[in-house]
Design a protein around this ligand. Structure first.
Ligand SMILES: [Zn+2]
Length: 98
């Protein structure tokens, strides 16, 4: 009997994810498929941005650490703010924490 070094379960009893239930994640920047699947734990990934999603290796390498920083904007803010100028001002307030 051998145990998984990650989860400690017996290897024979570890369930293998069904690929149809665990599709590949696409890059949030370029849209290409990444090497990761939705159920892959984020602690074992490279290029995963919490609150945003997965980057492909190419987009991850292309950005500086500041260039990879993102903020999350509620969809309702975009839906409820039809004027682009007002939307920009509201997003800027979120960015600066005002
Ligand atoms: Zn990409």
């Amino acid at each position: 009997m051998k145990n998984c070094p990650q989860c400690g379960q017996e290897i024979d009893k570890v369930e293998v994810a069904d690929p149809t239930q665990n599709p590949v994640e696409n890059c949030i920047m370029c849209g290409k498929e990444t090497e990761y699947h939705f159920k892959d734990h984020v602690d074992f990934r490279t290029g995963y941005i919490e609150g945003a999603g997965q980057l492909c290796a190419s987009c991850y390498r292309a950005g500086s650490s500041e260039g990879r920083e993102m903020i999350v904007v509620p969809k309702s803010l975009i839906r409820d703010t039809p004027n682009n100028l007002d939307l920009g001002a509201r997003i800027r307030k979120i960015f600066w924490g005002l």
